[in-house]
Design a protein around this ligand. Sequence first.
Ligand code: ADP
Ligand code: ASP
Ligand code: MG
Length: 432
Amino acid sequence: MGRIVMKFGGTSVADLDRIRAVSTRVAAEVAAGHEVAVVVSAMSGETNRLVALVDALDADCAPGEAKHAEKLGGDVHDEYDSIVASGEQVTSGLLAIALRRRGVPARSWLGWQIPLRTDMAHSKARIAEIESSAIGPSLAQGNVAVVAGFQGINEKHRVSTLGRGGSDTSAVALAVALKADRCDIYTDVDGIYTTDPRVVPEARRLNRIAFEEMLELASLGAKVLQVRSVELAMNNNLPIRVLSSMADEGQDNPGTLVCHEDQTMEERVVSGVAYSRDEAQITLLKLADTPGMVARICKAMSDAGVIVDMIVQGISRSDNSANLTFTVGERDLETALAALEAAQDAIGFADIKSDRDVTKVSVVGIGMRSHTGVAQTMFEALAAKGINIEVIATSEIKISVLIDSEYTELAVRALHSAFDLHETPAPPVTAP
Ligand code: ADP
Ligand code: ASP
Ligand code: MG
């Protein structure tokens, strides 16, 4: 007996049959004597539909009108949050009804009813606090709490949302606040794989993965868990189990335990390969090679709210000028280019080039701390396929390269096989 948090993503609640199937899983945990809080996402495709509605209306708005709207008390983001959060409201209500139909006492909880308080960053808010004074006693009385994921309430009593994939973070934060014994993330794959199983069908499910590795994989593009959910779980030492919501009852469904590093994990050098297509490359040509030049560029980017990721500089000996290439999120490209053009004289460059058709491919593993040769294996594997590397970035447990998007799948498959990721048998599962 204990208190558990179960989270179901969009595909797992895609229609009424799936919602009924979820209610069966939840009812089984209740029957086993657990207090259960369930966090749900919107039905799959629903958040995209809502975002597209906002974008379509916003695109109609002339720049002058947008400025006027800002003066009237806010940009579109506060209403964006209120609109896109509605998908989760629907699924939480539907699942509560499905549970009641099975005789399981349940009620839905929206972010503001808990309340789950966030900061003011609309559309990418961070959780500040979750009060458990209402939901805790309700659980203790035997009610299942069906919580709308992805949403909260900010200091101005407006609905806020936690960024795409944010229901994972709602689940982990709730598990921490409720001092849950387990946090189970049910999704459309049966665990964390050595790479995206949609790209490499031979990818292997990992029985365990270290928080640090999962954090890198998630930051580098593996969207199976939102980055902040892993951060939060790691900081609170709360292991997360990622498992399938599609497995039949009674079928073996061990999933993957995301937890602190242990002995078994140290035996692996590379644990996974991730890729992100949300990248754009900017090259500034003929910069004066003087101290402070990169700082001026980074300042222009941070003033524009753009995060710079990979950076590489090339110096020309003939005229003592430099070319600087760096990457930004694809969605930030226009903003970044506008800010650089505005600061052209202050920074001092002759020309600017950009490319959206680039992908960042990364290998991740805590074993890299103590093994050499990973970079060589990676670069040789890419060279053997004729894939050119544009930019390289490394950290203690990852190596990332920027390549032409056209070769994404080829590169991911080549690296997966170069590091024998499909061959090593998985170690036996140990209970958390
Ligand atoms: P949910 O709707 O349940 O939140 P997501 O679509 O956000 O599910 O995440 C699950 C998807 O993540 C999988 O369908 C898979 O394609 C993708 N994915 C990417 N990298 C990995 C990985 N290393 N392991 C497992 N799934 C991965
Ligand atoms: N529904 C939201 C999204 O699609 C949140 C989530 O599913 O985690 O991003
Ligand atoms: Mg998700």
